[in-house]
Structures are given as structure tokens and as C-alpha cells.
Design a protein around this ligand. Structure first.
Ligand SMILES: Nc1ncnc2c1ncn2[C@@H]1O[C@H](COP(=O)(O)OP(=O)(O)OP(=O)(O)O)[C@@H](O)[C@H]1O
Length: 604
């Protein structure tokens, strides 16, 4: 269908190609016929001049045919180049919109394969059709009975070859898939080489890439074996048809076929039909299967939602982060860590997350950061789905273990920026985070950093300045200040809260973070409950425990927890614009110890 549509769109170049192919086919027709006439009417009849005249006709046909052949290349180019342009446009569009990692392989390798093989296919198919037409017409004119001897073995050869097409195409597809996977893996590796070296992950990376290379080798071997089988089929199809003609020669001569016609038939067979058949078999076998496979990979990969359209841009006024009915767990058979959680963090909002160890706080930040994908429900970033273009650059996650690499302090600070960060901006960030003493001690921004020679707290300061300078408006601090003293921690949290245009989620390490917060999310297993510090003291026994208030200070009128199940923040809280709102199912409340400000939360 697609081929027909393509042919319809390119009717004119196709017609021109057919016309020049017909001129080319004149040569085929004339070669056998003129040879037969040269023998029968010329040399065998004692009229060598007539024979020579017919040979001259054959020679003239060669010249005319060569002219036709030369012209067919223009027609081929007029059909092939538009296909290449279409494929390149498609691949580049997908790479730009979807961050398609296999695009390099597609663009540099597969599009060229598609173009070359399409040209090859057009050439051999066209040549076979017109050569066969010329030769069969010639045979018919010489003696129709010749067709009965020549055509059946030709068809048998074709059938043999067709049988190898499908298995070969499958091997070709596997080979290209392996090539793409390798290109993707190497693309990722090159981008992350510094991180690989910093994390000492060379061995892991070697094993992963080694497995891909091995897979590529295996698929190439399988392809080579089937190519060998096809070469066998080609040998049979390309030689066999001569035998019946030679074997039937006495019978044919006895039934009115002249010697010249016999020689003409042999000429048609050996000079035209068999080479054209070999060309077709070889061309379809290599170019045909490669073309179909490559085209399927280039054209049939499912377009992503919104493919070909501009992605919806993130909206700065939409909530910075939203969870809608998010359920998530680790492993197919594990209990969910979060169940049906709704959460809204308005643009510029601040959320502090508290909960006992294992309650799912890091899991929540992983979901918000896009490191984890929910089982169900949706994560939206600035109004767009978390997986779509534009969303990744809007969040920066600072985990407990800060990542610092060997290089200058300035390079570490500016790591998440694509531009050169102005000095004044760096100085302001260093001051906001409270890292001036560290910068001084190391000798300024150009001083080299040896990660192992920094304390855990100093490494956190480096990571925090880097996050502060990042273009992402949303900062996710997952106990990112746990190695700092309470005063330094407070300074960092205030800095992120005041970051222009910024929103922040803090997984609290100490109770003080929650006391200072506008809104707090209390997590306990799959359950969440949110509110202000005062609301939660009244509503949540777990929160009172975490804050060190204890059961004795249970304020009058607080939401009941007699059955061990805390209140779920319901519609009353949802939608109170400007505040963080959350609700979800809540599990058994667990006491987390009596913690005062400065003490650790969550079992640290
Ligand atoms: N990679 C993982 N594979 C399987 N289970 C995990 C994984 N990470 C966390 N969990 C489980 O998910 C639950 C929530 O863990 P999570 O780290 O989110 O809790 P947390 O509140 O951040 O804990 P902590 O305060 O100790 O850091 C725990 O039961 C934990 O064992």
C-alpha cells in the first residue's frame, strides 16, 4: 500500500524511468534476435554480409541500450532522494522531540542503508522486468516452443530464492536492533564518562558494553550464515536453466527450431535472463530484506504522544509539582510504599516531609524527581507530565550522599549549568548557602577539589551550592543537610525557600525543619497526611511523636487515632491554593522516639 502511494506521488519520474528502461531493453531484444538472424539468414545461409549486417544491428542496439541505461540513473535518483529526505526528517524530528538515543545509528547508518538499498532495488527490479520482457519477446519471435524450455527452470530458481527471504530478513532485523542498542549504550557512556570514573564504575560499564558488543557479534554471525544460504540458492538459480535448454537441443532442432534460434535462445539465457535473474536474486536478497527491515525500524517505531507537534511548554504559574493518585512499590509482588497519594506543591511553595525510617520519604522524592515511575497515577511538573520534554530540567535532587568530583571547585558548582556562571552569581550562591569558609579554605573557585579530602558536611555544601545555581526551579533536598549543624541546616533551608522563582521539598532530618515550615507532609508507610505544624500537632499522633510532643500533649479536639489510624487529609485541605495539600491512605502509626529540635528524625 505504502509502495503504491509512493509510486502515485512520483508518477512522472517513474514514467521517465520506465521509458528509458524500455530503450535499454531494446539491446536485450536485439542481441539474441540479431545473433539468430546473423546465423540463419547470414553465415549459415552462405551470406556473410547479411550476417555482418545483423551483427551491426546488434552493435547499434548495444549503443542505444547504453544510452538508455545512463538515463535510467537520473530516474532512480529522482525517486530515491525524496525517500531519503523524508526519512531524515522523521528521524531528526523524533530525536529532537523524544530524546531518541538510537537516533545516531538511525541517521548515520540506517538512513544510508535505506537509500542505497532502495536505489539497488529499483535498479535490479527494473532491469529484471525489462530484460525479461525483451528476452521473452525475442524468444517468442524466434520460436514460441523455446519459452516452454526456458521459463520453468527460471521460475524454479526464483522460488528457491524466495524461500530464503524471510529468515534472512529476521536476521537482518536482529542485527540492526543490536547495532542500535550498542549505539545507545555507547552514547550514554560517552556522556557520563566523568561520572563513571568518579564512581569507579569501569568494571560494571565494561560488562554492560561487553554484553552488547557480544550480542552484536552473534547477530552478525547469524546474518552471515543466512547470507551464505542465499548465495547457495543464487548459484542454483543462476546456472540451472542452461541445462534443460542444452539437453532439449536435439529435440528442438528436430521440431522446427533453427540452429540460429537455438544460439539466440542460449544468448538470451546466458547474456540476459540469467544475469538479470542473478541481479534480482542478489539485489532482493541483500537490498530487499535490508530495505524492508530498515524501513520498518525507521518508519514504524510508534510515534510518541504529541509526536511531530511542539511539546506543551511547562507553565511557571502551574503547580511546581503534583502527584495525582500515585501508587508505587518496589517489585511486582511487593506491597506499595505509596498508595493513591495526591500532592500539590504550588509554584514557589515549600514542603517539609517527615516520617519514620522506611516510611517512603526517599521514594517520594524519587517519584518527584522522575527517578521512579509510578505504578499508577500521574506526576506533573509545572503542569506537564513528568516524562515529557522540558520536565527533567525543572527539578534538582540533592540526596544525602553528596556527589563531588575531581576538578575545580568552580566546575563542581557550575556542573548543572550549560552556560558559564557569572562570578557574582556564584558568590551570591556561596553566601546564601553559607559555604564561604569552605571556598576560602580550599583556596578559591579555581582550587582543585579532591573529594576524599572533604568532610561529609563539606561535600554537602558543594552539592547544595551546585543545586542552588542549577536552572531547575524545584529543589528536592532528601536529607541533604544531615551532616551540617542545625544552624547551617536552617540557613540552607531558608536559602532555598528564598531562591527567586524556586520551590523546595525538604525531607527533614531534624524536627526544626518541620517547625519552621509553612506546610508539612507526614508519611507513614503508604499513608500521608499534611497540614501546618499546628494542625498536625492537633491531628496526627505520629507527628506529635516525631516532634517530641508525646501522647501526653495530645491537644484537645485533635483528630482521633484510637484505632491506630490517623486522619486522612481530605477534601477540606485539598485545593487550598498557595498551600501544599496531600491525601492518601494511612497505615499504623509508629512512635519514632522523643526528638527535640536538633535531634534526628526518621531513625537517623
Ligand atoms: N530500591 C529499593 N528496593 C526495594 N525496596 C526499597 C528500595 N528502596 C526503598 N525500599 C523500601 O521502601 C520503603 C520506603 O523506603 P524509603 O527509603 O523511601 O524510606 P525513607 O522514609 O526515605 O527512609 P529513611 O528515613 O530511612 O531514609 C522501605 O520499606 C524500604 O525498605
Amino acid at each position: 500500500m505504502a509502495a503504491l502511494a509512493y509510486a502515485r506521488r512520483h508518477r512522472r519520474p517513474l514514467a521517465a524511468l520506465a521509458a528509458w528502461s524500455a530503450v535499454e531493453a531494446l539491446h536485450t531484444f536485439a542481441t539474441g534476435y540479431a545473433l539468430a538472424r546473423a546465423l540463419d539468414a547470414g553465415f549459415l545461409a552462405g551470406a556473410p554480409r547479411t550476417g555482418l549486417a545483423w551483427l551491426a544491428v546488434a552493435a547499434l542496439a548495444v549503443v542505444v541500450g547504453a544510452f538508455g541505461t545512463a538515463r535510467t540513473y537520473r530516474g532512480i535518483a529522482a525517486l530515491v532522494e525524496p525517500l531519503r529526505d523524508t526519512l531524515v526528517r522523521r528521524v531528526v524530528t523524533r530525536a529532537l522531540y523524544d530524546g531518541d538515543g538510537g537516533a545516531v545509528s538511525r541517521l548515520t547508518h540506517q538512513v544510508e542503508i535505506a537509500r542505497d538499498t532502495f536505489a539497488g532495488l529499483l535498479m535490479v527490479t527494473r532491469s529484471f522486468v525489462f530484460t525479461a520482457a525483451g528476452a521473452l519477446a525475442g524468444l517468442f519471435l524466434l520460436a514460441p516452443v523455446l519459452l516452454a524450455v526456458v521459463v520453468p527452470p527460471l521460475l524454479l530458481g526464483l522460488a528457491l530464492f524466495v524461500a530464503t527471504l524471510r529468515p534472512l530478513a529476521r536476521r537482518q532485523e536482529a542485527y540492526l536492533a543490536a547495532d542500535e542498542a550498542l549505539a545507545k549504550e555507547l552514547g550514554l557512556l560517552v556522556a557520563g564518562l566523568r561520572d563513571v570514573a568518579a564512581a569507579g564504575a569501569e568494571q560494571v560499564v565494561r560488562e554492560g558494553a561487553g554484553a552488547r558488543i557480544e550480542q552484536g557479534r552473534r547477530t552478525a554471525d547469524a546474518l552471515a550464515r543466512w547470507s551464505l544460504a542465499r548465495a547457495g540458492a543464487l548459484a542454483v538459480a543462476g546456472r540451472l536453466p542452461v541445462v534443460p535448454l542444452l539437453a532439449a537441443a536435439p529435440w528442438l532442432l528436430g521440431h522446427g527450431v533453427s540452429p540460429g534460434a537455438l544460439v539466440g535462445a542460449l544468448t538470451y539465457l546466458t547474456q540476459s535472463l540469467l544475469p538479470a535473474l542473478q541481479g534480482l536474486v542478489h539485489g532482493l536478497g541483500t537490498s530487499g530484506s535490508r530495505f524492508l527491515v530498515v524501513l520498518r525500524r525507521l518508519a514504524a517505531a510508534p510515534p510518541e504522544p504529541g509526536y511531530g507537534r511542539r511539546p506543551v511548554p511547562p507553565s511557571p504559574s502551574a503547580p511546581a509539582l503534583e502527584l495525582r493518585g500515585v501508587t508505587f512499590g518496589y517489585g511486582a509482588h511487593a506491597d506499595p510504599v505509596l498508595r493513591e497519594v495526591d500532592l500539590t506543591l504550588p509554584a514557589g511553595g515549600r514542603l517539609v516531609v517527615v516520617g519514620p525510617s522506611g516510611a517512603g520519604k526517599s521514594t517520594l522524592t524519587g517519584l518527584l524527581a522522575g527517578l521512579l515511575q509510578p505504578w499508577s497515577g500521574e506526576v506533573r511538573v509545572a503542569g506537564v507530565p513528568a516524562g515529557s520534554a522540558g520536565a527533567p530540567a525543572r527539578r534538582v535532587l540533592i540526596p544525602q550522599e553528596a556527589y563531588v568530583f575531581s576538578g575545580t571547585l568552580g566546575a563542581n558548582f557550575g556542573y548543572l549549568r550549560e552556560d558559564a556562571v557569572p562570578q557574582a552569581e556564584v558568590t551570591a550562591a556561596v553566601r546564601a548557602i553559607g559555604a564561604q569558609a569552605l571556598v576560602r579554605r580550599l583556596g578559591g573557585l579555581d582550587a582543585p577539589v579532591v573529594p576524599g579530602e572533604l568532610s561529609a558536611g563539606e561535600r554537602q555544601l558543594v552539592a547544595l551550592v551546585r543545586a542552588y545555581l542549577s536552572p531547575a526551579p524545584v529543589a528536592l533536598l532528601d536529607e541533604a543537610t544531615c551532616h551540617l549543624d542545625p544552624a547551617a541546616e536552617e540557613r540552607v533551608e531558608r536559602a532555598f525557600a528564598a531562591r527567586p522563582g524556586g520551590s523546595v521539598v525538604v525531607v527533614a532530618h531534624r524536627a526544626g525543619s518541620a517547625r519552621r515550615a509553612e506546610k508539612v507532609l507526614v508519611m507513614d508507610g503508604p499513608g500521608t497526611v499534611s497540614g501546618t505544624h499546628e494542625e498536625l500537632l492537633a491531628r496526627s499522633a505520629l507527628y506529635r511523636d516525631l516532634m517530641g510532643a508525646g501522647e501526653g500533649s495530645h491537644p484537645p479536639g485533635a483528630a482521633g487515632d484510637a484505632d491506630g489510624v490517623d486522619a486522612v487529609a481530605g477534601p477540606g485541605l485539598a485545593g487550598d491554593g498557595g498551600h501544599v495539600v496531600a491525601h492518601g491512605s494511612v497505615r499504623q502509626v509508629q512512635a519514632a522516639g522523643d526528638l527535640a529540635d536538633g535531634g534526628a528524625l526518621g531513625g537517623q
